[in-house]
Structure formats: structure tokens, C-alpha cells
Write a new protein. Structure first.
Length: 142
């Protein structure tokens, strides 16, 4: 038998992209929903408002997000270069490769705040797993 997901359950990928708590997939990971408010972009509550999951599992827990952020940046650059090559073609003769590098660097700078948030979402999702019965656990009935 296959487990069926009810309509109100959020999938892992959607919860990572929308920066939701990995335990209940409903609570927000970040206090300010706008990643471009640079003073508050990485501020997180101590625990989830919905299920009570602690967000900082240990001191320095989020240092590992640098690796995830690096991997996301490399993946972005690879996809961007392939898309550029398939649509506009890369060449050293017309300097299009330099335009491609410049545009991708500019886009990476612009997209850095949301990518940092997604890196944190991926990192915590690796260590905190989804529990569809978090309500029962929170109330102490299971």
C-alpha cells in the first residue's frame, strides 16, 4: 500500500522553498517574510510557533549552510550557462562568455538573500524530519 498525502500536507521541496518548519511544514522559519530586508533577513525565532520545534539544534548549527549555499550557487551557474549556451550561444569571438559570466555574477548577488534562506531550510531539513502527527505529540497524547 502506498501512503497517501492529504491535501493540506506540504511536500518537502515546497516547504524548503517557502522556508517552512521541517517538522510540521506549517510554521515560518524566518521572522520577516521578505528576504530583502537586509537587517532582518536571517533572523529566526527560537522555535516554531506551530509545533514548538527548536530551530537552533546546537550552538553554531547553521555554519554548515555555507556548503549548501555554495552548492546552490554552483548549480545556479551551471544551469545559467547551459541555458545561455542553448539560447544565445557562448563564444570567445564575440565575448558572449564574458557577458554570461557578468550577468550570472550580478544575478547571484541579487539572489543571495533568498539563496541563503533556502540553504538554511535545506540544512535544517536534513536534521529535522517531518512528523505528520506533530499535533498529538505537542499535546502529549502519543
Amino acid at each position: 500500500m502506498c501512503a497517501k498525502r492529504s491535501n493540506n500536507e506540504t511536500g518537502l521541496l515546497k516547504s524548503i522553498i517557502t522556508n517552512k518548519c521541517p517538522h510540521c511544514r506549517k510554521g515560518n522559519l524566518f521572522i520577516d517574510p521578505n528576504p530583502y530586508h537586509l537587517k532582518t533577513t536571517m533572523r529566526m525565532p527560537q522555535k516554531c510557533a506551530v509545533c514548538g520545534q527548536q530551530f537552533e539544534l546546537q550552538t553554531g548549527f547553521y555554519f554548515g549552510t555555507g556548503y549548501v549555499s555554495y552548492a546552490l550557487s554552483v548549480l545556479f551557474i551551471i544551469i545559467f550557462f547551459v541555458a545561455w549556451h542553448l539560447t544565445l550561444h557562448l563564444s570567445l569571438q564575440d565575448n558572449s562568455i564574458f557577458w554570461c559570466m557578468g550577468v550570472s555574477a550580478l544575478l547571484l548577488i541579487i539572489l543571495q538573500p533568498p539563496m541563503q534562506r533556502i540553504a538554511r531550510s535545506v540544512w535544517i531539513a536534513c536534521f529535522v524530519h517531518y512528523d505528520p502527527h506533530y499535533h498529538a505529540i505537542k499535546q502529549g497524547s502519543v
